[in-house]
Design a protein around this ligand. Structure first.
Ligand code: MG
Ligand code: ZN
Length: 381
């Protein structure tokens, strides 16, 4: 019975994958990438000291295969390859062998494994301070950037405390209880079209935030606090014209946060790599993966110039049981198949770059990434 179920899943996955490879108009434009510039790898890739800033980049649902799909589409090129300190994260939650994104991100943000669905709360539903809040307490500047709603499970887990990821309106209210400097993503509806009729954007303005609703506004804002709500819910897909949103929003956040003398903590999420997996759509995964990799390049460029910034890039879990069964590095083609439309239990890779990078080598549980951040910042627990 179980076997048959697995076979059915695999067959469905195969059909979907076949579909997405042959009906380009159904999965949006398949971008023809210009051949990427070869990058000079920093040799030896060694770093000394401890970081003043940490930029934590989460590719939601980004397992090794998702990364390989981006590598192949870009014809054997990845910005991610600039990182030489690599480890693996075990993703299980306290309640499930297979985590969801809320428990996955909360493990990173509070340092404890918790139940699926939990936002910034431990397994006993007790709110715990997040690394972002602890950074604020220590005088650092903080930011969140995502291609989902900013109230979605991954970014929410760094700033909010709610028993369920579905409580978007409560999560939006939690943003007002913090001193976060910059947040940019979708999610306008949860701030401005609420069942309680409150307009949280008015309250944000009163707290000194500059509101931004378009990428042009993001680009032209003067220095200062930014609340960017560029879509009602999730941001558009790459194939629907999101353009260089993630790169520009991340760059803007870094530029602003870097003004703080004591340093900063910034979480950047490539949210929709996961959504491509749930859709069992290979092209969706690849276009989101390539976008995330471009942003990684931009962030690593900053880290190179800055010298005091640690960049850690990982995933909360893998999505899709995604496998590549055919393709070509020369042509950049990928034929992907799926074993599920949900997450898997796979370990996910962790890439680190900058001072403290060697702490991320090895195999460890996802929640210990919090401990490593705390130690590297020199924060007391
Ligand atoms: Mg997410
Ligand atoms: Zn997911």
């Amino acid at each position: 019975m179980l076997n048959n179920k697995v076979k059915l899943f695999a067959l469905t996955g195969l059909l979907f994958a076949f579909n997405s490879c042959t009906q380009e108009k159904d999965c949006g434009t398949v971008e023809v990438m210009p051949a990427p510039q070869k990058i000079e790898l920093k040799e030896p890739n060694t770093f000394t000291g401890t970081p003043k800033n940490i930029i934590f980049m989460i590719g939601d649902g980004m397992g090794v295969t998702q990364i390989t799909s981006g590598l192949t589409r870009q014809k054997d090129f990845l910005q991610l390859a600039r990182c030489r300190h690599i480890g693996f994260s075990k993703t299980q939650s306290s309640s499930n062998y297979i985590t969801d994104s809320a428990a996955g991100a909360t493990a990173f943000s509070i340092g404890k494994k918790t139940f699926n669905g939990s936002i910034g709360m431990d397994k006993d539903t007790v709110a715990q301070k997040t690394i972002l809040e602890i950074a604020e307490d220590n005088g650092l500047a903080t930011g969140l950037v995502a291609t989902s709603s900013i109230t979605h499970a991954t970014p929410a887990s760094f700033i909010a405390h709610q028993p369920s990821r579905n409580m978007h309106e409560e999560i939006a209210l939690d943003f007002l209880k913090t001193d976060i400097e910059v947040f940019i993503g979708g999610g306008k509806a949860h701030f401005e079209a609420r069942t309680d009729k409150k307009n949280l954007s008015e309250e944000l303005k009163n707290k000194g935030y500059q509101m931004a609703y378009t990428l042009d506004e993001i680009k032209s804002l003067p220095e200062g606090k930014i609340a960017g709500l560029l879509a009602d819910n999730g941001m558009p897909k790459m194939s629907e014209g999101r353009g260089d949103f993630l790169e520009v929003a991340s760059h803007t956040a870094i530029k602003n946060l870097d003004k703080n003398d004591k340093g900063f903590f910034l979480m950047i999420e490539g949210s929709q790599i996961d959504w491509g997996g749930h859709d069992m759509n290979s092209e969706y995964i690849i276009s989101e993966m390539v976008d995330f990799d471009k942003t990684i390049g931009r962030v690593l460029d900053f880290a190179d110039k800055d010298g005091e910034t640690l960049v850690v890039i990982t995933a909360d879990h893998e999505t899709g049981g995604y496998g590549i069964v055919d393709g070509s590095m020369e042509d950049g083609t990928v034929k992907g198949e799926f074993t599920t439309d949900h997450h898997t239990a796979d370990m996910v890779p962790v890439f680190a770059y900058g001072p403290g990078a060697d702490a991320f080598m090895g195999i460890y549980h996802n929640n210990t990434i919090f401990d490593k951040f705390m130690k590297l910042y020199g924060f007391q627990q």
